[in-house]
Design a protein around this ligand. Structure first.
Ligand code: ADP
Length: 501
């Protein structure tokens, strides 16, 4: 066992802050890295030491392996936490870290390699009794053969890039006549985006739910699961709202899915924190999709329902410690929801928005957690992922978590950029969401930009507040000695509630 005394966090934004905080709680010294665009970012100030690793583009800074390893040597770092994105699922980087006698806080390079390829992952998992989406088990080489498989499993089908990720590299084929055209596009997209043209076919599940299992494995062969997260509210095949537990599964399905997730992890000798993703069809059959070999964006909802700090566990595992708890000792308690606050415009097809955070006031109070990496006055750089923050609530049950989320969104004041908060507010109140019927098509099916007609800008809001306060005073001219009642801004959120119910 090696005690980690100093960690370098090879990331930025909210996840860098998230990791630095746990390291501080564990009395581990910290080093932050930053690009020239992030000089004033909170993670730079929070860490004990911080080093600029290059210009704004990530290829020259956050992905600059050589420079990052140099920093580790100069500052006597023991271990690197990669967060998510950037170098987190780069097997070559993990290998270089080990070769440099440093600890990579994550799985082995071999496990990253296997699970980084959707086809290799399916191949590894096929040695266990794990349900897979019907489709081809290897890269398509013979088109006629692939068409035969497609008509056998039945259209619509999905063509997927084996190296795909982040919701990219997928094409739906509705009928055979579209097959060739979509295939050509899928292959050229796979080559241009991932440098690997291998594609395969999967049956397209028309009304799917995305459910994933959090797992933890140590370096002694112990693997446990920390229940599921439901991540079906997506836009462009990417998650925006996540929750734990899922309203859609029974305890029996949870147990079965948990066992499958542990087997998937076992199939690649996994250790560290990881996530095994499944898709659930209308008849509640589930199928293995892929495994993500890193800390997931939505990990806080699992932390809240289990009381376990996942980053702390990752550090213990990297030190070689055995897991401190057994499966039977884990119990889920309460309900947690996370919404991702992206600098995107929901009224404009969720296109990324850039600008300066003119006003930035976080919600507070019982059951509210905000993981963010920005402050008022900061520019949102165009170079990186447009996620500003994650807003997470915890309640005794789902209804309470939803109510807290609605309240917290209403308290969150962000101006200068458009964000996904208004969309998430819409989701929280939609009957399809509250009833639990929703699937991954929710945004396409139920959301229209006109539902956001309440989005006033800050100036309009302030003006509305002044007018309303003025009118109040006019109405009660002889109120000396009476209790003063103030009516604040005509809330943009209430406008929406009124118009919808
Ligand atoms: P990525 O690695 O890009 O995240 P995934 O395989 O995890 O790709 O899939 C991302 C999302 O795409 C899923 O959450 C789901 O919404 C959709 N999806 C993937 N496979 C299927 C399928 N066979 N049928 C229907 N939807 C799918």
């Amino acid at each position: 066992m090696t005690e980690i005394k100093k960690i370098l966090v090879a990331n930025r934004g909210e996840i860098a802050m998230r990791i630095l905080r746990t390291a501080r709680e564990m009395n581990i010294a910290t080093v932050a890295i930053f690009s020239e665009a992030d000089r004033n970012a909170p993670h730079v100030r929070y860490a004990d030491e911080a080093v600029c690793v290059g210009p704004a583009p990530s290829s020259e800074s956050y992905l600059n392996t050589k420079k990052i390893l140099e920093v580790c040597h100069h500052l006597n770092v023991d271990a690197i936490h990669p967060g998510y994105g950037f170098l987190s699922e780069n097997a070559e980087f993990a290998r270089k870290v080990e070769e440099a006698n440093l600890i990579f806080i994550g799985p082995s390079p071999e496990a990253i390699e296997i699970m980084g390829s959707k086809l290799a992952a399916k191949q590894a998992a096929s040695h266990y009794n794990i349900p897979m989406v019907p489709g081809t088990a290897s890269a398509i080489e013979d088109r006629e053969e692939a068409k035969r498989v497609a008509s056998e499993i039945g259209y619509p089908i999905l063509i997927k890039a084996s190296a795909g990720g982040g919701g990219k590299g997928m094409r739906i084929v509705e009928k055979e006549t579209e097959f060739d055209e979509q295939m050509d596009r899928a292959v050229s997209e796979a080559i241009s985006s991932f440098g690997d043209g291998a594609v395969f076919i999967e049956k397209y599940i028309t009304s799917p739910k995305h459910i994933e299992i959090q797992i933890l494995g140590d370096q002694h062969g112990n693997i446990i699961h920390l229940f599921e997260r439901e991540c079906s509210i997506q836009r462009r095949h990417q998650k925006v709202v996540e929750e734990a537990p899922s309203i859609s599964i029974t305890p029996a399905i949870r147990e079965d899915m948990g066992r499958c997730a542990i087997d998937v992890a076992r199939s690649c000798g996994y250790y560290g924190a990881g996530t095994v993703e499944f898709i659930l069809d209308e008849n509640k059959n589930f199928y293995f999709l892929e495994m993500n070999t890193r800390l997931q964006v939505e990990h806080p909802v699992t932390e809240l329902i289990t009381g376990i700090d996942l980053v702390k566990q990752m550090i213990f595992i990297a030190e070689g410690k055995p897991l401190a708890f057994k499966q039977e000792e884990l119990h889920l308690k309460g309900h947690s929801i996370e919404v991702r606050v992206y600098a995107e415009d929901p009224a404009n097809n969720f296109l990324p928005d850039v600008g300066t955070l003119r006003r930035y006031i976080r919600p507070q109070g019982n059951g509210v957690r905000v993981d963010d990496g920005f402050e008022e006055g900061m520019e949102i750089p165009i170079y990186y992922d447009p996620m500003l923050a994650k807003l997470i609530t915890y309640g005794q049950n789902r209804e309470e978590a939803i109510q807290k989320m609605i309240r917290a969104i209403e308290e969150y004041h962000i101006s200068g950029v458009q964000t996904t908060l208004s969309f998430c507010h819409f989701v929280m109140q939609h009957e399809e969401f509250t009833s639990g019927r929703f699937d991954t098509n929710f945004a396409n099916r139920f959301f229209h930009p006109e539902y956001l007609n309440f989005t006033q800008n800050e100036t309009e809001k302030e003006l509305a507040a002044m007018i309303s306060a003025y009118l109040m005073r006019q109405k009660t001219p002889h109120n000396a000695g009476q209790t003063e009642v103030q009516t604040h801004s005509i809330s943009k959120w209430k406008t929406q509630r009124l118009s919808r119910h």
